[in-house]
Ligand binder design. Structure first.
Ligand code: SF4
Length: 417
């Protein structure tokens, strides 16, 4: 099937079908082979808006047009070759389902959203190394784990030459390796040294701060209650700083089962990307059980996580649907979706606009849109463009705060640029 991203009409005018990525995405997800491209309509008679002849003449187009759209925009078209006539009902049904959700729509754009300073720094590290190692004699750039939790970022850097591995035993001895933004445990650092690897550390400075806290309090003989998601890379890294002194707690429910040697020597730390409200509840429960438990001087949940949650809350109440751009393994993106749902608004986590389904948009005249801290800004722009393909789109940006945090890349990279 061919999904039109442009539709050249018989009179020569060209309609931009910017909803094409969504239409193609839904058809692909249903198991169909789909490409996108320009479609030339040969004729369209009165009332033929949903069916028209198309070049080559051995194909048929099924399309719906948004009459409310601005000049030259709007329209959903799916083309099937006659040889695949069995797919025509599929194309017709796809067009009909998107036609049902065409119309004017408002997007409330949460701000801040997308990349945080730690993510930008980590990506900059890999990009700088790829640039430095490009050409004859250059070394391969290995990255342990995903540099940040986003599928698009990983695909882009892979295409540019980065080699992502899960563990260091996949890296040839003596190679160059980058540690991801989520940080690593001292055990991983020791393993890198054993394998004579050249390490460039892209750990976010705010994660490094939590590691330092774990070491400091463990050295004082404190038990460390680490609030976070067991198995998450950041939690594994922090726990690794003081494995014997640390117990990981996922939620309020885990507090009752805690067995700590000295109630007067308890420190709690948190993963940087947790839900602010839920974490507060967990800390309250911990303090209720262990009144002498103390936290660090400043919050571990980072500024970017906090800001994105506040921004999302500012759009959720007015939205019929909330869309959050981000990958499934992105903790802060998942928290944004949970936050919206907790407030009673339907919410979906999407890798990109191709994951949007027409059913979600029915009755969704107002859409709240945000992106997790590891999701590129471009994905937001593409999503707005795709939604605009379904009718006139009004975008209101809701800015709850502005960010100017910047983390300089590590010295090893600075000297290479
Ligand atoms: Fe650093 Fe926070 Fe971004 Fe994580 S989400 S990389 S802790 S700034």
């Amino acid at each position: 099937m061919l999904v039109a991203d442009h539709l050249r009409r018989p009179d020569g005018r060209v309609l931009s079908c910017s909803a094409a990525p969504m239409v193609a995405g839904a058809l692909s997800a249903a198991g169909h082979r789909v490409v996108t491209g320009t479609v030339q309509l040969l004729q369209e008679g009165p009332g033929s808006d949903r069916r028209a002849a198309v070049a080559p003449a051995t194909a048929s187009a099924h399309w719906a047009r948004d009459d409310l759209g601005a000049e030259g925009s709007g329209g959903v078209a799916v083309v099937v070759a006659d040889a695949e006539a069995g797919l025509r009902p599929v194309a017709e049904a796809a067009v009909a389902s998107w036609a049902r959700v065409m119309g004017p729509r408002t997007v409330l754009l949460a701000s801040p959203r997308s990349f945080c300073a730690g993510v930008e720094r980590a990506i900059e590290v890999v990009e700088a190394l790829l640039e430095q190692q490009h050409g004859p004699g250059g070394r391969r750039v290995f990255v342990r784990k995903q540099i940040v939790h986003n599928t698009h970022v990983i695909a882009d850097l892979t295409e540019r030459g980065a080699v992502f591995v899960e563990e260091l035993d996949e890296v040839p001895p003596g190679s160059l390796v980058v540690f991801s933004a989520h940080g690593v445990s001292p055990q991983v650092r020791a393993e890198a040294a054993r394998r004579s690897l050249t390490v460039v550390d892209a750990t976010c400075p705010l994660v490094t701060k939590v590691h330092a806290e774990a070491r400091r309090y463990a050295e004082r003989g404190n038990s460390i209650v680490l609030i976070g998601h067991a198995g998450h890379e950041e939690v594994e890294g922090t726990q690794g700083e003081a494995p014997d002194a640390t117990v990981v707690v996922g939620s309020v429910r885990d507090i009752a089962g805690l067995d700590l040697p000295d109630p007067s020597k308890i420190t709690y730390l948190t993963q940087t990307t947790l839900a602010v409200d839920e974490t507060r509840a967990t800390i309250d429960a911990l303090k209720e059980r262990f009144p002498q438990a103390r936290g660090p001087g400043s919050e571990d949940i980072c500024y970017a996580t906090t800001n994105r949650q506040h921004a999302l809350q500012a759009v959720t109440a007015e939205a019929d649907l909330v869309l959050v751009l981000g990958s499934e393994n992105s903790s802060n993106s998942v928290r944004l979706v949970e936050l919206a749902r907790k407030a009673g608004t339907p919410a979906q986590l999407i890798e990109d606009c191709s994951r949007i389904r027409p059913d979600w948009l029915r009755d969704a005249a107002t859409v709240g849109l945000s992106a997790g801290a590891s999701a590129p800004h471009d994905l937001v722009r593409q999503t707005l463009s795709a939604l605009a393909g379904l009718g006139p789109l009004t975008v209101h940006e809701r800015i709850t705060t502005t960010e100017d945090t910047y983390f300089a890349p590590p010295a090893a990279v600075r000297t290479t640029r």
